[in-house]
Every structure is written in C-alpha cells, then in structure tokens.
Design a protein around this ligand. Structure first.
Ligand SMILES: *[C@@H]1O[C@H](CO)[C@@H](O)[C@H](O)[C@H]1NC(C)=O
Ligand SMILES: *[C@@H]1O[C@H](CO)[C@@H](O)[C@H](O)[C@H]1NC(C)=O
Ligand SMILES: *[C@@H]1O[C@H](CO)[C@@H](O)[C@H](O)[C@H]1NC(C)=O
Ligand SMILES: *[C@@H]1O[C@H](CO)[C@@H](O)[C@H](O)[C@H]1NC(C)=O
Ligand SMILES: *[C@@H]1O[C@H](CO)[C@@H](O)[C@H](O)[C@H]1NC(C)=O
Length: 490
C-alpha cells in the first residue's frame, strides 16, 4: 500500500512540474478584507456625501426651535406648499437623499396619523386632508431623490408621554404608519432627547429598531449608537480630524453626553462598521426664522472639508419657510456652494501626470497598479502594494511638463475592503506639506500654507492595519482658500 501511494504522489509531483502552471492564466486575486466591513446600504449612504434635512412643522409658524406641544394645529398653514420645489433644490445640488421631520419634539405630525389629532388633520392645509409626508415622498420619488424620516421620540404634546408602555405603543404605531405607507425609506433618524418632566420615560430602542428592519430592507438607522449610521457627536458639522468608520457598539448608548468625543473619532480597534453623519443647519436655527440668514459660503466650505473631507456624510438642514418653500436666499447660497465644489473638484491636476508606487501587488499589469487612483471608480479599483511586511508604502504623482500648483490633496481608500490607514503624510519635491491620520472613504487636506507648486507629489502611508488600498488621489486648486501666510495667493 505504502509504495502505491508513493508512486501516485511522485507521479503527481512530476506532472505538476511538466504541465503548464494554471496560475499564469488567472488575474491576481484581491487582498483579503479586514473586518469590520460596511453593508451594502452603508456603502450607498457613504457615496451620497451630502444629504438634506428639512425641519418643518409648527415651529416654522411660531418662530421657535422647540415647540411646547401646546400649539394649535390651526397655525400650520403653508399656503404655497410645494414639495417639488424642495426636491428640485436637492436635485440641483446633486443631493440624492432628503430627510423630513415627520414629527419634532412638539408632537405635531406632518401626516394624518390615526393615533392622534395633533397633526395636519387639524390644520388648514387642504382643509385637514393634507399629508406633507406623502407630498414629500411623492415629489422625491418623481425627482429621483430618496427619502428619510425623523420621528422625534420626545413628544411634548401626547398624553401618553411619560407612561412607558403606552407611549412606546403609540410611538411604534406611528413608526409602522410611516414605514408602511410611503414606499421605500432610506434613512430613519432617532435621537435620545427626553422631557425633563418625565425622567422615568424609557424608549424601547431595540423594539423600534427591530420593527424598522422588518418593514424596510435597505434602510440605514441613524442614532448616537447606530446601528446603521452614528451621530458625529456635535451639531457643528465637524468630524474629528481622526475619524474611523469603525467603533465598538457596546461602548455606545443613546443620549449619553460622555461619549461625544468617541463618536467624533471612532475607534481603530472598533468591531462594528458604523460611519458618522455630521448634522448642521444652513442657518443658525433648525427651523426657518424670518430674522435668520444662511451661513456664508466660506463657512459651508469649511463644513464640507471637515465632514465629507473627514470620511463622513454631511447632513445639511435646509428649512422650508412659512409659505412652504425653500427661501430664495438659501437656494442662492446652495447654488454658490455647489458651484464652488465643482470649481474645486471637477479638475484633478493629477489626471495628466505619471504615477508610480513603492510596489504593486502581483507586479506590473496585475490590476492593482498606481494608475488606478486616477480612474473614476472610487471604490473597487485601487492601487495595492505588495504585502511585503514593510511599514511604509508610497505613491507618487509626477508632473509630465509644467509645475503642479494646488492647495488641496484628496485621498480615498477602497473602504469596501475595510478602513486601514492610520497615519499618512504628503510631500512636494521632498518637502512635507500635509500630515494626517485616518483617510477612509475620503480625506481632504486643505493645505495649511496655501498654494504649493512642484513636480513630484508623494503620499507616504506610514501606518495601516494590513496593506493600504488607495482608490483615488486628487490634486486640486481651491480659489476660495486663503489661509493666513499664503504667499502664493492669486
Ligand atoms: C412647484 O415647484 C416646481 C419647481 O420649482 C414648479 O415647477 C411647479 O410649477 C410648482 N408647482 C406649483 C403648483 O406651483
Ligand atoms: C421615577 O421612578 C422613581 C423610582 O421608581 C420614583 O421614585 C419617581 O417618583 C418616579 N418619577 C416620576 C416623575 O414618575
Ligand atoms: C455613558 O457612557 C459612559 C462611557 O461609555 C458609560 O460609562 C456610562 O455607563 C454610559 N451611561 C449610560 C446611562 O448608559
Ligand atoms: C473596542 O473593542 C476592541 C476589541 O474587543 C478592543 O480591543 C478595544 O480596546 C475596544 N475599544 C475601546 C475604546 O474600549
Ligand atoms: C418663501 O420662499 C419663497 C421662495 O422660494 C418666497 O417666494 C416666499 O416669499 C418665502 N416666504 C416667506 C414668508 O418669506
């Protein structure tokens, strides 16, 4: 028997040496992912970059931010309500998801809930037959924009609030109305705000989340603790300079002030993929007030760099006015914002350059070359270095003829295979111009010293869990950026 085996094995060895090796015919396989990974819906959310919030309700008409719950539904009278106008603004901005406050803390419902009369039913809108959620959902669908909803847990009107079982039943009844009647919902927004008069009120988050998952298959649940998307920990629209999409869910609780710093930075060792969303209003308040005006363009750009440019999604609130329309000055500012982003990012100066790297997985023409950081796929084509155990990897952009002049560096990781980079630096002709920690889906460096020029731009990856995978690199010129000491200012 033993000899028999020997014979077979040695025959196989001989054959494998003579026959052509099959591996030559196949493409180099991609590197293994590092866990945790984003879900399909989380990846889709991340690529939206900017999404809208619309705060609208009785507060719009009382000039307040937090209603008392004692408002008469009769005051809700948006005579020129046109949700198609809201959607048009989103479409013009390239925004693919808008979230509406179906109910804010005052308890007034923008849809005709059958569990209360504190809603559009008691308002002059279509003589009590109106439904703002429906009009919003219909207009959004017609315009190709996805919808999200916010249903405030805190309810200053409803008599059940403070009675834990009764109120949770009411809340879940409303959740079922919203998630059953208006088609596909892409994001649902929860916060932990609570009435100081009801310290014992407990929100049954686990029950709510289970119900949401049952009714909507591709929805992302937003809260301080996810499970789909996490709050960034402030309402300024700024993420931490270090921002991991990974975090430990077990360390999170909803409405807990002591975790805000952890939310802003995430956790390099985090066991859960839970990327951060940066919520901020285009105006000082969340609701429309006649006396307020939109933020300056420079502020909006700063917010963009500190949210989208730090691996997050920007949730920008644009509040409809008492007419039921988005105000002209907000639209004007959004147009400027959009046009500024196009000016900065539509031209990538690296596009016309040569590119080389410290190494290439599988060698030249393997499908992992550095030139892939210049194509239009920012997820699934990427430069991958050899997994040679080295701590440092680099990629270099080389000008073909004239000098490169830029003040923004964009770096993107192939996050479909996990977030990896924890330390990186950027050099121009040997001089360091930027340094940073995490990259994630998108990292934007607005150069501290303003415009730099040179022939060779090297991005050094000095720390990463497993090999870094870079899907895109951009060198951009931002004419709106004038840091103190920028000697090259035009
Ligand atoms: C609603 O707004 C859209 C887009 O701004 C406009 O085309 C449409 O005519 C408006 N509808 C009404 C009834 O005013
Ligand atoms: C909250 O619960 C505590 C402990 O059960 C009780 O002593 C207190 O009276 C309750 N407060 C309210 C406002 O119901
Ligand atoms: C708030 O978070 C801290 C830090 O994680 C934790 O120790 C504390 O138990 C949390 N509080 C509540 C009420 O969950
Ligand atoms: C998160 O969990 C990982 C794995 O259990 C652990 O190594 C890490 O220390 C945790 N992070 C924090 C801040 O506790
Ligand atoms: C609301 O905005 C529209 C422009 O979209 C404007 O025509 C209307 O006058 C505004 N309403 C108020 C009360 O300012």
């Amino acid at each position: 028997m033993a000899t028999h085996y020997h014979l077979i094995i040695s025959t196989l060895i001989i054959l494998s040496n003579i026959l052509p090796s099959h591996q030559d015919h196949f493409a180099t396989t991609p590197p293994l992912p590092i866990l945790p990974l984003p879900s399909y819906s989380q990846l889709k959310w991340q690529q939206r970059e900017i999404i809208f919030f619309h705060h609208f309700g009785v507060n719009t008409f009382t000039d307040s931010e937090w209603g008392t719950g004692k408002e008469s539904p009769k005051i809700f009278n948006p005579k020129g309500l046109n949700t198609t106008q809201w959607v048009d603004v989103a479409v013009q901005m390239g925004v693919s998801l808008s979230i509406l406050t179906a109910k804010h803390h005052d308890g007034f419902c923008l849809w005709p809930s059958k569990y209360t009369d504190h809603s559009v039913i008691g308002s002059p809108l279509q003589d009590g037959h109106g439904d703002v959620v429906k009009e919003f959902a219909d207009a959004a669908r017609a315009g190709g924009v996805d919808i999200g909803l916010y249903l405030s847990p805190w309810d200053r009107h409803d008599y059940r609030y403070g009675k834990t079982i009764a109120y949770n039943e009411y809340y879940m009844g409303q959740l079922q109305e919203l998630l059953n009647k208006y088609g596909s919902v892409s994001e649902i927004w929860f916060d932990g705000a609570k009435g100081p008069n009801a310290p014992n009120m407990t929100y049954f988050f686990s029950d709510w989340f289970a119900m949401v998952g049952e009714l909507q298959s591709t929805i992302n649940i937003f809260s301080d603790a996810g499970p789909g998307v996490r709050w960034v920990g402030n309402e300024k629209g700024f993420a931490g300079t270090t921002c991991w999409s990974t975090i430990n869910k077990t360390a999170l609780s909803i409405g807990n002030e002591s975790i805000v710093d952890y939310l802003a930075t995430g956790d390099p060792k985090g066991t859960d993929w839970l990327p951060a969303e940066c919520d901020v209003s285009i105006r000082p308040g969340w609701f429309w007030h006649k006396s307020e005006s939109p933020k300056k363009l420079s502020e909006l750009l700063q917010i963009y760099y500190n949210s989208v440019g730090r691996n997050c999604v920007l949730l920008l609130n644009v509040p409809p006015n008492t007419t039921g329309l988005i105000s002209t000055n907000d639209i004007q500012r959004l147009k400027e914002f959009k046009s500024a982003l196009e000016t900065i990012f539509s031209k990538n100066l690296a596009q016309s350059c040569n590119v080389k790297a410290s190494s290439i997985r599988g060698g030249k023409d393997s499908g992992y070359g550095p030139e892939l950081v210049l194509d239009n796929d920012h997820l699934w084509t990427y430069w991958a270095p050899n997994d040679n155990g080295k701590n440092e990897h680099w990629i270099e952009i080389m000008a073909t003829n004239k000098l490169l002049k830029f003040n923004v560096v964009r770096i993107q990781e192939a996050i479909g295979l996990g977030q990896r980079i924890r330390k990186h630096e950027v050099y121009v002709d040997g001089n360091r111009v930027a340094k940073g920690t995490t990259v994630g889906y998108k990292k934007l460096h607005r150069l501290e010293n303003g415009v730099v020029s040179g022939h060779r731009v090297r991005i050094r990856i000095l720390g990463s869990s497993s090999v870094p995978l870079i899907s895109s690199v951009g060198l951009h010129f931002d004419p709106f950026w004038h840091p103190v000491g920028d000697k090259n200012n035009l």
